[in-house]
Design a protein around this ligand. Structure first.
Ligand code: 5GP
Ligand code: ZN
Length: 108
């Protein structure tokens, strides 16, 4: 674990149940919950339950399952922001699953 893991990390605290979140799905290593500041009708965050360890394949599989559950049959987007130029605010690996409206490319 890195230094900011645990008590100082909002996503670790959500994974631990210390901060409430609207949970959507979970698998062995991945938790999915709705973003507090949704940017689309569906905006789900997928995080590894552990601060550092992540199984990319498991995250993609759970994202696809949620997209089916949310009936995002017109399409959906997975985004990961890394670093200041991308606007990352929470330094715990996460994927944004966004859908339910038409989206532009390239993103802003
Ligand atoms: P980033 O900008 O790091 O890619 O995304 C972090 C995301 O976490 C933001 O979209 C923000 O709205 C969301 N977020 C931050 N704090 C909380 C929280 O306490 N609960 C939930 N559900 N989402 C959060
Ligand atoms: Zn964390």
């Amino acid at each position: 674990m890195s230094e900011d893991a645990g008590r100082d990390c909002v996503f670790c605290r959500i994974a631990a149940g210390e901060i409430p979140a609207q949970r959507v799905a979970e698998s062995a290593q991945v938790l999915a919950f709705r973003d507090l500041n949704a940017q689309a009708p569906t905006h789900v965050l997928l995080i590894p339950k552990q601060h550092v360890v992540a199984s990319a394949g498991e995250m993609f599989e759970l994202a696809a399952a949620i997209a089916r559950d949310e009936k995002l049959d017109q399409g959906w987007r997975l985004v990961t922001n890394v670093g200041p130029h991308a606007g990352q605010t929470v330094h715990h690996l996460h994927l944004h699953l966004i859908g339910g409206r038409p989206m532009q490319w390239p993103p802003g």
